[in-house]
Design a protein around this ligand. Structure first.
Ligand code: FAQ
Length: 309
């Protein structure tokens, strides 16, 4: 990695000021590089761990059509993880190091994937709410200052919008189905709503990294601003299919033109992201087991590469 002298840091600052992308061979401050490795690798881990709650439902999808769509979606998420690991590797960290950080609990992944997918309606809720929240965040990241991350986001956003629609379709169908199906859809919304709002991170006043991320144009909008965008969109989508947002304090503010919501349980958020959510242990144990099962594939690929390339 190029080391950043004072002149190089000036160049970096000028580029950021002009709104130009920083590319892998450009000099950059060590803190910028580390900030990006943290965020991009955590994002990659989220995509990969996020395959687990959905993967659990492939064999139980209610039709061949539903199974094919779910399979394609989960494969897409695996692909997103790979683009993102590759983007992080351009910053001088290896895939092995990132995986080791995930498996040792040093690196985080999104809070949302530590909740269980209990019924088929949860697959609808994940697509609608989790992919829906991911898109709101990632549309902003298409303009993030690090070139490889921004470009990965363009492709990822296109796929996420299909994912969001497939989830919403499941919810709409179930909400218009039998009373039991409707109840399952409402129950899934009840359980996924608050964790989905927390995906945007802690409130701005408590966010550790936002100020610096704004200065470097890594983030373009704050956690609270993105959360509000998601709320405004999603409340209306729930109304269209006749589901009720599980928040007694929800109300539309005519003056601001935004929905206002009740407080979120940030104590739960911190517990979950620090390893003590309903499924944290299960998610990491599964990742470690499957990664170990795949060791022979990595070794065979490396041996082939050494012999023939
Ligand atoms: N979960 O100072 P901030 C998807 C941590 S992709 C866990 O505000 P920052 C697709 C944060 O790391 C979903 N930890 O941090 C899909 C920091 O701790 P640290 C993933 C969180 O970075 C769908 C501390 O709290 N998307 O779902 C969370 O400025 C379906 C202080 O927070 C991304 O990762 C959280 N939700 O803002 C896949 C997007 N929020 O690192 C499969 C990229 C905060 O100092 C199925 N990431 N923390 O130990 C971002 O945009 C940012 O990193 C934020 C957090 C917005 C997540």
């Amino acid at each position: 990695m190029p080391t950043a002298t004072t002149a190089a840091v000036d160049l970096f600052t000028e580029k950021i000021g002009r709104g130009e992308n920083i590319e892998p061979r450009d000099p950059m401050p060590e803190e910028y590089r580390r900030h990006l490795i943290r965020q991009i690798s955590q994002h990659a881990h989220s995509e990969i761990i996020g395959m687990q709650p959905e993967g659990n439902w492939i064999t139980r999808a209610p039709s061949l059509r539903a199974k094919m769509i779910l399979l394609a979606k989960i494969q897409d998420e695996g692909g997103h993880g790979l683009y993102l690991y590759s983007a992080a590797e351009t910053l001088g960290i290896s895939r092995d190091e990132m995986i080791a950080q995930l498996q040792s609990g040093k690196a985080r992944y999104s809070n949302i994937f530590n909740y269980p997918a209990l019924t088929w309606a949860d697959i609808g809720a994940i697509g609608w709410l989790v992919d829906g929240a991911a898109i709101v965040n990632q549309v902003m990241l298409q303009r993030t200052s690090y070139g490889p991350y921004a470009r990965a986001m363009v492709r990822i956003c296109k796929e996420e919008s299909f994912h969001q629609r497939q989830g919403y379709e499941i919810m709409a169908k179930m909400a218009a189905g039998t009373p039991e199906q409707r109840e399952m859809a409402q129950d899934a919304l009840n359980r996924w709503w608050a964790p989905a709002l927390m995906m945007f991170g802690p409130p701005d006043k408590d966010s550790l990294h936002t100020k610096q991320a704004f200065q470097w144009k890594i983030k373009r909008e704050s956690n609270d601003a993105l959360r509000q965008k998601f709320i405004d969109k999603t409340v209306q989508q729930a109304e269209v299919i006749g589901l009720k947002i599980p928040d007694p304090e929800l109300r539309f503010n005519e003056e601001t033109g935004h929905y206002e919501t009740g407080p979120l349980n940030w104590e739960e958020f911190h517990r979950v992201i620090n390893g003590d959510g309903p499924c944290n242990r299960q998610r990491l144990e599964h990742h470690i087991r499957v990664h170990e099962d795949g060791r022979w594939v990595r070794e065979a690929a490396a041996a082939y590469n050494q012999k023939f390339n």
